[in-house]
Design a protein around this ligand. Structure first.
Ligand SMILES: Nc1ncnc2c1ncn2[C@@H]1O[C@H](COP(=O)(O)OP(=O)(O)OP(=O)(O)O)[C@@H](O)[C@H]1O
Ligand SMILES: [Mg+2]
Length: 272
């Protein structure tokens, strides 16, 4: 069974690579309606260079290193918990800043999108300092802040970065009242819609740090689960416990990723 899935995955990756080699698509429209029901004809496609991704520590099918295995391992562990509970919304946060939340969220979303039966939507919900678009080389405008502040159709704000069935909702322009926006009825309704409309789609939210601002505490009740990222040698045990305690009555913390675990050589995440 595992062999078959691996084979299918490989065939799919090969096909993907071939499409890119044959005709690296310029920003435009992806002519496919995905298995999750997303109309890719309406979703803007922006092709991202693999070198750019690699420089930003974004691990795709080209990378057969330990990094890819580590993210696959993390994906499988997380999927097991999400599937067992029938959950499909997951926030990625940490106690403090710059531990690697965004890199982890993007790599996890890509690995979810490489699953045969799943598609993934990555939402940049760090509305004070949105950075997902920077790591993926996507345009900065529009995004979640435009949806919450100005309204308008969501489908026009989604971007398909041409990596598997990954769809991204960038953060857009930074908002000062981000915690109010994340706790607003409009955001709650958006999460409900994303959660219930396409059951095969996993929705990941890249979040700010728990202890720096109140955004995560305000938004956590809308999420099924949270993955906590810690940085080896930097995040203190007390901070980790404080961050988990701050969220314990709002959502489920399904585990901790220890990021940047080996600074000298191939740093990659471990999951607990
Ligand atoms: N596993 C890793 N090994 C080495 N460097 C890493 C790793 N993961 C992330 N980084 C680097 O750490 C820095 C911060 O990463 P990232 O932006 O993902 O952190 P963050 O927790 O989202 O930060 P913020 O709190 O500002 O949102 C970046 O320079 C990134 O390239
Ligand atoms: Mg971040």
């Amino acid at each position: 069974m595992i062999d078959r899935v691996e084979k299918l995955n490989r065939a799919r990756l090969k096909q993907q690579t071939k499409v890119e080699e044959d005709a690296a698509p310029a920003p435009g429209h992806h002519p496919v309606v995905g298995a999750d029901g997303i109309n890719y004809q309406q979703t803007r496609t922006v092709s991202v260079s693999k070198d750019f991704l690699r420089e930003n520590r974004i691990v795709c099918d080209y990378d057969q290193s330990n990094h890819l295995s580590a993210y696959k391992f993390l994906r499988t562990k997380v999927l097991r918990v999400l599937n067992a509970n029938n959950w499909n919304t997951l926030g990625i946060t940490s106690p403090g800043p710059e531990v690697g939340k965004t890199v982890t969220a993007i790599n996890l979303a890509i690995n979810f999108a490489m699953e045969i039966s799943k598609t993934a939507l990555l939402v940049d919900a760090d509305l004070r300092r949105p950075t997902v678009h920077k790591y993926l080389g996507l345009p900065a405008g529009g995004g979640l802040s435009a949806y919450l502040a100005d309204g308008g159709p969501l489908c026009e704000l989604l971007i398909h970065p041409n990596i598997g069935d990954l769809v991204v909702l960038p953060g857009g322009r930074p908002l000062l009242n981000s915690s109010e926006m994340l706790a607003s009825p409009q955001m709650t309704q958006l999460v409900e819609e994303l959660k219930n409309r396409y059951p095969s789609r996993l929705v990941l939210f890249d979040l700010p740090p728990v202890l720096a601002v109140d955004d995560v505490m305000a938004f956590a009740p809308s999420l099924d689960a949270i993955l906590m990222v810690a940085e080896a040698g930097k995040t203190k045990k007390e901070e980790l416990m404080e961050a988990c305690a701050a969220l314990e009555n709002s959502t489920y913390i399904i585990g901790t990723v220890l990021n940047k675990a080996d600074h000298n050589a191939q740093s990659y995440p471990y999951y607990y």
